[in-house]
Write a protein that binds this ligand. Sequence first.
Ligand SMILES: Nc1ncnc2c1ncn2[C@@H]1O[C@H](COP(=O)(O)OP(=O)(O)O)[C@@H](O)[C@H]1O
Ligand SMILES: [Mg+2]
Length: 249
Amino acid sequence: MSRESQVPTAHAQKVSMNTVIEAQQLHKQFGAIHAVNGLDLRVEQGEIYGLLGPNGSGKTTLIRLITGLLRPTDGRITVLNHPMPNKAVLANIGYMTQASALYEDLTIRENVNFFATMCGRGNGQVDAVIELVDLSDRADSLVRTLSGGMKQRASLACALVHAPRLLLLDEPTVGVDPQLRAAFWDYFRRLADEGVTLVVSSHVMDEAERCDRLGFIRQGKLLAEGTAASLRQQSNTPTLEAAFLHFAT
Ligand SMILES: Nc1ncnc2c1ncn2[C@@H]1O[C@H](COP(=O)(O)OP(=O)(O)O)[C@@H](O)[C@H]1O
Ligand SMILES: [Mg+2]
């Protein structure tokens, strides 16, 4: 046995610690639409799990089932060992929605403060998270006066202010310029290193390399899972786009 195989990687150590999300045969139907269709998922503490799939594949529905905002029509979903929905667990979840959930007529600081107060955390962290997303100089600007990228950053600050253990980010970098996108990913990695678990959805493949593990989702089903490298290898394809098509057909 080589020395390397005896020494667990940092990632292996992290994932053995705790399962944060577990879904078993999860279903969500909206009338005739089967948005999530028999999905099994397991995400471990400190992982960045990328949920990749085209528009309409069920990413947002799955994220909303994880938060407990939606109830499954069948199957089980547990978060931090509690079946969802569960209000107490919600306090441990940060959720950045696909569309901005900010109040346009409040300032950035007022928005972040509002989220902090709602989660019962006081406002000690408000200035710190605003600083973190590099918006200190705009903290007293009304949200409606901000650019798209600034709104994304302010949304991230709101999702983070109560120091959640699980962060659900629904297409967080759509409309974000490349420099800010890189900053977001550096920040996501830092959070994961601190033990925060992240689920990041995307319909583009170019960010997938930054995730520890990926799940390809289509028509509410998980087609394949693994690291970017293993998905390319399993499908014998050079790119993740090609790998996705391989598993989808
Ligand atoms: N509240 C809803 N009522 C009816 N249909 C819905 C609802 N939410 C999502 N859907 C449908 O479920 C499917 C998956 O949607 P969604 O989870 O938003 O996908 P994605 O986030 O991957 O784009 C789509 O066909 C969508 O129209
Ligand atoms: Mg969506």
